[in-house]
Design a protein around this ligand. Structure first.
Ligand code: SAH
Length: 244
């Protein structure tokens, strides 16, 4: 997320800069560039987007969009206008993984247009890809800061999704097919011992257990642990019977 740079082109209303700053902070972005903003007042913006002083201090100002994009490895434009026939566009959700991948090569600029006119065709030509948030065609144009929020939200969601689930602390090799078979056999024996199946079909139930276990990609230690649990159920019942 540190390589994502939000670029606001010719923003007319200071409230939208504040809304953008707030959305960026919520989504974990910190780099904002402003191209010829119609009004800018850090004090008033900080009054609307509380706690944003550090981000405001780092804002970079430019006189031309090209200058704001000079160091970008990838330029992402946004437009509400879907029917610009010459352009292909994606939803932010579909594009997010590719945009995150592009950050490996340098800053990635996310460009937003002015409230009344959006980005010009020349601005859109400057972009490597275009995003359109699929709004109702009868009211396609979002508030600028809300568009920033939706685009950066999708990027954050994609970043979270691509973070692998933490692996167990002690690493073990994947469970072998033989270990899984032993585990399934012992689970079946335990379920039979507690009279779980009754009128249910044991084969169908075991199939579900196997499917779930395979999806979980158990390692050897985990497979042994589940097996030990199942074995202990049977042993416990045997001990109880011995006592009876
Ligand atoms: N009439 C202008 C509206 C601009 S809204 C237009 O048709 O483009 C201001 C900015 O918010 C746009 O330039 C774009 O950056 C963003 N935006 C608004 N609605 C959007 C949408 N549906 N999809 C993607 N970006 C949008």
């Amino acid at each position: 997320m540190a390589s994502l740079v939000v670029v606001l082109n010719e923003t007319q209303d200071l409230v939208n800069i504040a809304g953008t700053v707030r959305a960026m902070r919520n989504m974990g972005l910190s780099r904002l560039r402003l191209v010829r903003p119609a009004e800018f007042d850090a004090y008033r913006i900080a009054g609307i987007a509380h706690g944003s002083e550090a981000l405001l201090e780092r804002i970079e100002f430019f006189d031309a969009l090209d200058d704001a994009l000079a160091d970008a490895a990838h330029v992402v434009g946004t437009t509400a206008r879907r029917r610009e026939a010459a352009y292909v566009w994606q939803t932010p959700r579909a594009a997010a993984p590719e945009i995150l991948a592009a950050t490996a090569f340098g800053p990635v600029a996310l460009v937003f247009g002015r409230e009344d006119k959006g980005l010009s065709n020349a601005d859109l030509d400057r972009c490597d890809r275009l995003l359109t948030i699929p709004t109702d065609p009868a009211a396609s144009s979002l508030n600028l800061a809300q568009a920033v929020l939706l685009v950066t939200y999708e990027l954050r969601m994609a970043a979270i999704a691509s973070t692998p689930l933490p692996r167990p602390r002690r690493t073990a090799p994947p469970a072998t097919p033989a270990q899984l078979h032993e585990m399934f056999d012992d689970i079946e024996a335990a379920l039979a011992a507690v009279d779980f199946f009754k009128k249910r079909n044991p084969a169908a139930i075991l199939r579900t257990v196997r499917a779930a276990a395979r999806r979980a990609a158990l390692d050897a230690r985990e497979a042994k642990l589940f097996r030990a649990m199942a074995i202990e159920v049977v042993k416990h019942l045997d001990r109880m019977k011995g006592r009876a």
